[in-house]
Design a protein around this ligand. Structure first.
Ligand SMILES: [Zn+2]
Length: 146
């Protein structure tokens, strides 16, 4: 018992829409009617229902809006992970440099203190030498001997 084509205006999204090859009447039939022989309601002839076209909107419609592939998503995720780990590395490096700076500042302070001690010692030696020279100059012995 062949299915009877109906009006395309009442067609469902999955229906096959085609023209009768004899009278040109626009017909619609359920997808299950593909390749079956049907009777045209207009001219009464036997008409073979065509296979649905590959570009049929009922076939491609739902898949079209999905433009981001799982692969692209995974790739983006990997990039994010790499950036996060780079950020962690930079933070570690900054922490290390700050630690070095603090350490160096303490060392500079220590060196500064030592330089001050050395400077004080030098000042003391210079003043002692000046005193010694002054003593010799005022003494009885002449400054030159050779
Ligand atoms: Zn017809």
């Amino acid at each position: 018992m062949p299915e009877i084509p109906h009006d395309p205006k009442l067609a469902a999204a999955t229906d096959i829409i085609f023209d009768c090859p004899f009278c040109g009447k626009n017909l619609a039939i359920d997808l299950r009617g593909a390749s079956l022989m049907v009777i045209c309601p207009d001219c009464g002839r036997n008409v073979q229902v065509p296979e649905p076209a590959p570009g049929d909107p009922a076939e491609e419609g739902p898949a079209a809006p999905i433009t981001v592939s799982a692969e692209a998503l995974a790739s983006a995720h990997t990039k994010i992970e790499r950036l996060v780990s780079t950020l962690e590395e930079i933070r570690d490096r900054r922490r290390y440099l700050e630690h070095l700076r603090t350490e160096n500042m303490a060392r500079f302070e220590q060196i500064g203190g030592e330089v001050e001690v050395i400077q004080n010692s030098l000042d003391r030696i210079v003043s002692l030498l000046q005193e010694a020279v002054a003593e010799k100059m005022s003494g009885s012995a002449p400054p030159q001997e050779s």
